[in-house]
Write a protein that binds this ligand. Structure first.
Ligand SMILES: [Zn+2]
Ligand SMILES: [Zn+2]
Length: 363
């Protein structure tokens, strides 16, 4: 069948993209679903920072690639051996297809699925196949989804069946997953969420669900702050205020127990880190670019850096100053691991624990 899709032909074209126009809307051939695959009519797709990171080259992927990985739709056809979905089912698409059989999957961490990560890196479906083509030339799939089109063929493992009413994809998986699975926010906890896009607002919801006592929403936009209040934030701080960090520290008696960077910008991660109480945890789900930044607080702490890269989980513990480019490298290489609804698994986290506080506190 023919599908209309947004295709990225070249990575790294200069902004503004309204001028350089890196995406082209073209008619692609979409092959029928193969064994273990599903044809989905896309009903809604979101633009995520991860799409932008492919466009700007901070997360290079093979081109040409049909972008889009946050979507929901309706099953229109089933490939061979797909027995647990039916035509007409509503599905949300996940950006890490989990094979269910590899080491991480067997260990209960399907968001780190190794075949899934390999397929995503290669621009194929989990089967290793590409179902999209343009004039007989194969087109790569984005994270096994390629949702910026009217239809997509995806692996069964990329679909989660849902009730027809709710609609959520990457933003909710990432935001709520970071709160519930990575940070394991407990009732009574104090948290700050820096950056109130789809992921950050979902983190606010997640913190509310988890029973956080204080939920400090932080953003440059007063409009987004007001929205965060409606979703359950207990305190609002404009990140542009010169005393934003001091305000958060004052509100929370010295900083929050867990701060989330959900903006993917260096100043946001710095703010989240600075707003974290001694012994607390800073979690980032943002796609920080490969830059070296001055992490002026981290040297004073005995820090633990955890990163769950899809193919090479890394856990290091150091007493000296880490290279921030190394940290951001870990972050960038591992955020793809993401979360999945089924997996309840972890995102990247950067945990900073002061030795003093760690000695005196259990959390
Ligand atoms: Zn995303
Ligand atoms: Zn797996």
């Amino acid at each position: 069948m023919l599908v209309k899709a947004a295709v990225l032909n070249k990575i790294g074209l200069p902004p503004p993209y309204a001028t350089s126009r890196p995406l082209e809307i073209v008619d692609l051939d979409l092959a029928p679903p193969g064994r273990g695959e599903v044809l989905v009519r896309i009903r809604a797709a979101g633009l995520c920072h991860s799409d932008l990171s492919v466009i700007d080259g901070s997360r290079p992927r093979p081109t040409p690639m049909a972008l889009g990985h946050e979507a929901a739709g309706i099953v229109e056809a089933l490939g061979e051996f797909v027995t647990d979905l039916a035509v007409g089912d509503h599905v949300v698409l996940v950006f890490v297809p989990s094979c269910g059989r590899c080491g991480p999957c067997a260990a209960g961490r399907p968001a780190l699925c190794e075949p899934g990560a390999k397929a995503n890196g290669a621009g194929t479906l989990l089967s290793g196949e590409r179902r999209l083509s343009f004039r007989a030339e194969p087109i790569n799939h984005h994270l096994g989804v390629s949702a910026f089109g009217d239809h997509a063929v995806v692996a069964r493992e990329s679909c989660v069946k849902i009730d027809p009413e709710p609609l959520f994809g990457c933003a909710v998986l990432t935001g709520v997953g970071a709160v519930v699975n990575t940070a394991r926010v407990e009732p009574g906890c104090s948290v700050a969420v820096v950056g109130l896009g789809g992921v950050g607002l979902s983190a606010v919801l997640g913190a509310r669900v988890a029973g956080a006592r204080q939920i400090v929403a932080v953003d440059l936009s007063d409009e987004k702050l007001a929205f965060a209040r409606a979703l359950g934030a207990t305190h609002l701080v404009n990140a542009g205020a010169p005393d934003a960090v001091q305000t958060i520290r004052g509100l929370t008696g010295g900083g929050v127990e867990i701060a989330f960077d959900m903006a993917g910008a260096v100043p946001a991660l710095e703010l989240a880190y600075a707003a974290t109480a001694r012994g607390g945890t800073t979690v980032t789900a943002g796609l920080i670019a490969f830059v070296s930044i001055g992490f002026r607080h981290i040297w004073a702490y005995r820090e633990r850096v955890k990163a769950g890269a899809p193919a090479s989980p890394v856990a290091t513990e150091k007493a000296s100053t880490p290279s921030l480019s190394a940290i951001s490298g870990l972050i960038s290489s591992s955020v793809i691991s993401g979360t999945s609804m089924r997996s309840c698994d972890s995102l990247t986290s950067v945990s900073a624990t002061s030795s003093m506080a760690a000695a005196g506190r259990s959390r």
